[in-house]
Design a protein around this ligand. Sequence first.
Ligand SMILES: Nc1ncnc2c1ncn2[C@@H]1O[C@H](COP(=O)(O)OP(=O)(O)OP(=O)(O)O)[C@@H](O)[C@H]1O
Ligand SMILES: [Mg+2]
Length: 383
Amino acid sequence: MSSPLFEAAKKNASTAYKLDQGGQANQAVRYYVNAAEQLQQLINFTDDTSMKNLYYQKAMEYILRVKEIRGIAGSSESRSSSSTTASSKESEDEIESAISSVIVREKPNVKWEDVAGMENAKRALREAIILPMSRPDLFKGARKPWKGILMFGPPGCGKTYLCKAVASEVDSTFFSVSAANLISKWLGESEKLVKELYERAVEEAPSIIFFDEVDALAGARGGGSENEAMRRVKTQLLQAVEGFGTGEELLVTVGATNTPWDIDAAMRRRFERRVYITLPTKNAREKMFQIHTRGVPLDSNVNFIELSNYTAGYTAADIALLCREALMYPIRELDAEGALKNKDIQPRAPSFNDFLTSMESIKPSVSPKELTRYEEWKDQFGG
Ligand SMILES: Nc1ncnc2c1ncn2[C@@H]1O[C@H](COP(=O)(O)OP(=O)(O)OP(=O)(O)O)[C@@H](O)[C@H]1O
Ligand SMILES: [Mg+2]
């Protein structure tokens, strides 16, 4: 199957590959990163497990290659930049602007009520973030708020979404960092970036630092062959999560991952509170259908309870996608008739049948086998 996103990823990958082969590895980085990001998005939109695996493998391959390129380029760059003040000033500015770019100043537009189900996860985040920030007086002495929280679980089940809801709920500075991005774009200097990020978070406390795809940074992989820059940034992150500043400031690191087994023991220990984010329950699914059809009047025959019965095994992302697709059918019909140009013609209301048709084409994206692996990790390490 070919989609615009897939085509874009393919194009980026082949450009990257050509540049890389032609000895222009540094120029290739941007294209590898784009390709990897697009493949990761594709994973969310594919129901075919073997395609998912293929996308994942390819994305990892590109990220690894970028790490390799950056590892070498990073150390030589830092050597040369320390010899000239002009370029070190330049890199200071770059770091400054990189940090500013991960601060989310606008409240994300996901409200706490927009989060269906996930009761355990919501409670954990309330205790860790919302309560300490609204009632700091209660969290003194031995009753300390959590400093590190790890959200883990299969793709598309709401880790990022829930974190956005938290950020919109509390008055804190919200830093949203993609670990894979940090590594690929900054490896040579990412140690410094992490340090300055946390210093900034202390200045602007209370702060939430959200590390998406934290496995890219905290991975156990690599072992002896892991390069020096990678090791340093990990060490820096370990220290930072444990405590920065006087320790009095409210600072919480929330990591999200869909490969928790890739996180090494030292990092795992820093994430003292672990929260398993998994497939939605039937009730949660029913509410998701409401949330993701809001603002569009539906035919009265649409029955959310029945739809929730039929969608066992679907992730939150699958349901969101299913809804978007179903809502599109009436528009598509009009478009096919060439009637969209006429503003007086309104599309019919989406019907129950539209949802059933959409369900035919959108299947659960996580297999029971994949799920077992998360369950096992949870049994071993908690959540
Ligand atoms: N609890 C929820 N209620 C309603 N919609 C949800 C919920 N959780 C997730 N969604 C929908 O599913 C989409 C995907 O969720 P999200 O991006 O948070 O998944 P994720 O767990 O971060 O996945 P990944 O591991 O791939 O990053 C969201 O954009 C949102 O539309
Ligand atoms: Mg996510």
